[in-house]
Design a protein around this ligand. Structure first.
Ligand SMILES: Nc1ncnc2c1ncn2[C@@H]1O[C@H](COP(=O)(O)OP(=O)(O)OP(=O)(O)O)[C@@H](O)[C@H]1O
Ligand SMILES: [Mg+2]
Length: 511
C-alpha cells in the first residue's frame, strides 16, 4: 500500500480557504482565495501574467507554503504534508526532460526512486512490512500504461531529443500520470508549442482527462484554451478570484469588465444610465434589458459578433470603417464612431473608408455596475506642461510622473537621476476625484482653461449633490460632488486645482 493520504469519500477533493501568499518583499501574490474543486473536475485558472496562478498551484503541490489560509484535501488540512506525500503531480510551465535518457527512462525516473511499503504474511499467519522499490516488471507495466494514455506506445526506446515539442510534452505528462495521482496540476503545459500543436494537444488532454477520471487543475493565460477545455474556469487578477463558473457562464455573463475583456474580444464602453432600461454610450441612448439606477455610471459590454453593420443612416449610430481583416469565416472590422472604436465581426465585408451605421439589439447590451470613485480620462501633456483631457486643458503638476523630478527653467523635466525628458504629447491616464472638481458660471472662468459643458444630471445624496457635467464636443462627463445647488441644463465651466489632477504615464517614455 502506498504511503499517501487515504482518500475519504467527499465531493470536494480540494478546498482552498482564505489562501494567501505574501512574498518576503511584500508582494501579495495570492490574496484570500476561496475555492472548491470537485473530484474529477477539470478546473482552469485563467488570468494575465503575474496574477498568482503558478503560486496557487505551487501551494497545492506543496512546493510553496501559504502565508495564511488553508488547503484541504478531501476535507483534511494538508499544510504540513511535503510534496511527495500529496496525491498530486505537476506538469510545469517549462517541462524539463532528461536529454540523455530515452522516453521510457524519463517516464520511469520517479518510479525508480519510489519506495513502497509491502506487507508479507509469514507461514504462521503473522505479518511484517518491508520498504521496497518497485520491481523492473512493475515499472515497465506502469510506464507502458502511461505511454498508452498519452498516445506514445512504441516510443519507449526513442531518445527524447529526437521528439517533436508536442511529443516531448506528452512524455512530460506521462511522467506525471505514471504515479497515478488523484490530482494532476498542469501549469501552462502547452505554452511552448506552436498554435496547431496546441490545438491538437488541447483535445488530447481533454481526452486524457476523461480516460483517467482524475481531477485536473490547469493553468493558462489563454482564454480560448480555457473555454475549450474546462468544466469550470476561475478567472484571476492581482491574486484574487474575479469570477468562477462554467465557460458559458463566464462568456455570457461576465461579472465585471475585467472578465469581459479577458474572455473573448469585447467592446467595453463607459456609459451612463439615462432612464429606465436606457443607457447612453457612443454619444447615443440605447435601449437595454439590464435595470440600473438612473445616472449610474456603468460599463457596457458588447461582443463584436453582436454588432450589426448597416448602410449609413439606417442603424442607431453612424461611423466609418477604419480597418477590415479577413479571419477565415468572418471579417473583423473596426468602425470608428466619434473617437471610439467599435470592433465588429460580420461575414459581409465592408471596406476601409466605408460609411456605415451600427445596430445593437437591447439583449446584446450587457451592463455592469462600475465602481465609480474617481473620474478617469485619457489625456496628453502639452508643450506648456499642461494636460489635455475631457475636452479641456488644465494646469497640472507633471513632476508626479517621475518621483523626485523637477522642471528646469526651459520647462524640461529633470528626473531624480538627472535625465532630461521632453513630455510634449506624452499620453497619460488622468484621475480626478469627485470632490476635486469646481463648477462655475461659464463666463467667469473660461479664459483660465478647464472645460465647458451642460449639467445633465443632479442627484441629491443626503449631504451633497452629485452633478454630471457633459461637454459638447465628445460628450465627456465630469462627475462632481458639490454642496452648491445647480439646475439641469445650466452651462458651467469645470476647473480643477493642479494638485488634484493625478497623472500616470500610459507607457514608459522612450528616452
Ligand atoms: N519567489 C517570489 N518572490 C517574490 N515575488 C514573487 C515570487 N514568485 C512570484 N512572485 C510574484 O508574485 C506574483 C504572482 O506570480 P505567479 O508566478 O504566481 O504569476 P502567474 O499568474 O503564474 O504568471 P505567469 O502567467 O506569468 O506565469 C507576480 O507578481 C510575481 O512576480
Ligand atoms: Mg505562471
Amino acid at each position: 500500500m502506498e504511503e499517501q493520504l487515504t482518500c475519504k469519500e467527499s465531493e470536494n477533493i480540494i478546498e482552498l480557504v482564505d489562501l494567501t501568499r505574501v512574498f518576503e518583499d511584500g508582494m501579495v501574490a495570492v490574496d484570500k482565495v476561496n475555492l472548491k474543486v470537485k473530484k474529477g473536475e477539470f478546473v482552469t485558472f485563467l488570468g494575465p501574467s503575474g496574477c498568482g496562478k503558478t503560486t496557487t498551484l505551487r501551494m497545492i503541490a506543496g512546493f510553496d507554503k501559504p502565508t495564511s489560509g488553508k488547503i484541504l484535501l478531501n476535507g483534511q488540512d494538508i499544510s504540513g504534508l511535503p510534496p511527495h506525500k500529496r496525491p498530486v503531480n505537476t506538469v510545469f510551465q517549462r517541462y524539463a526532460l532528461f536529454p540523455h535518457l530515452n522516453v521510457a527512462d524519463n517516464v520511469a525516473f520517479g518510479l525508480k526512486l519510489k519506495k513502497i511499503k509491502v506487507t508479507y504474511e509469514r507461514s504462521d499467519g503473522s505479518r511484517f512490512t518491508k520498504v521496497e522499490k518497485l520491481s523492473k516488471a512493475e515499472i515497465a507495466e506502469k510506464v507502458n500504461k502511461a505511454l498508452k494514455i498519452v498516445d506514445l506506445e512504441g516510443f519507449e526506446k526513442r531518445s527524447v531529443s529526437t521528439l517533436s515539442g508536442g511529443q516531448q510534452q506528452r512524455v512530460a505528462i506521462a511522467r506525471a500520470i505514471v504515479n497515478e495521482p488523484q490530482i494532476l496540476l498542469l501549469d501552462e503545459p502547452l505554452g511552448a508549442l506552436d498554435l496547431k500543436m496546441r490545438k491538437d494537444m488541447q483535445l488530447e488532454l481533454k481526452e486524457m482527462h476523461k480516460k483517467l477520471g482524475i481531477t485536473f487543475i490547469y493553468v493558462t493565460h489563454d482564454q480560448e484554451e480555457a473555454l475549450t477545455m474546462s468544466d469550470t474556469i476561475v478567472v484571476m487578477k492581482d491574486g484574487e478570484i474575479q469570477q468562477e463558473g462554467t465557460p458559458l457562464d463566464i462568456y455570457n455573463e461576465p461579472a465585471n469588465s475585467f472578465v469581459a475583456d479577458f474572455i473573448g474580444d469585447s467592446n467595453i464602453f463607459s456609459g451612463t444610465m439615462t432612464g429606465k432600461l436606457k443607457v447612453r454610450f457612443l454619444n447615443k441612448t440605447f435601449e437595454c434589458v439590464d435595470d440600473f439606477a438612473k445616472n449610474e455610471k456603468v460599463d457596457v459590454v458588447v461582443r463584436p459578433e453582436d454588432v450589426f453593420l448597416m448602410d449609413e443612416g439606417k442603424g442607431q449610430v453612424d461611423g466609418k470603417i477604419v480597418s477590415s481583416i479577413f479571419k477565415g469565416v468572418h471579417y473583423e472590422m473596426v468602425c470608428k464612431i466619434g473617437k471610439t472604436e467599435v470592433v465588429v465581426q460580420d461575414t459581409k465585408e465592408r471596406k476601409v473608408g466605408d460609411k456605415v451605421s451600427i445596430y445593437i439589439r437591447p439583449e446584446d447590451i450587457h451592463i455592469m455596475a462600475k465602481e465609480f470613485t474617481a473620474n478617469k480620462y485619457e489625456g496628453y501633456i502639452t508643450k506648456k506642461n499642461t494636460v489635455v483631457f475631457g475636452d479641456g486643458e488644465f494646469a497640472c503638476d507633471v513632476t508626479q510622473l517621475y518621483p523626485g523630478s523637477f522642471l528646469d527653467e526651459e520647462g524640461y523635466l529633470i528626473t531624480a537621476e538627472g535625465e532630461k525628458i521632453d513630455l510634449t504629447d506624452v499620453d497619460v491616464e488622468v484621475e480626478v476625484g469627485l470632490k476635486d472638481i469646481d463648477l462655475n458660471d461659464v463666463d467667469t472662468l473660461e479664459e483660465e482653461g478647464g472645460a465647458v459643458g451642460n449639467i445633465v444630471s443632479i442627484i441629491y445624496k443626503g449631504d451633497h449633490y452629485q452633478v454630471i457635467v457633459r461637454t459638447d464636443e465628445n460628450e465627456e462627463d465630469y462627475v462632481c460632488d458639490t454642496e452648491y445647488t445647480w439646475n439641469e441644463n445650466d452651462r458651467v465651466s469645470v476647473s480643477i486645482k493642479p494638485e488634484a489632477i493625478r497623472l500616470k504615464l500610459k507607457e514608459e517614455v522612450k528616452r
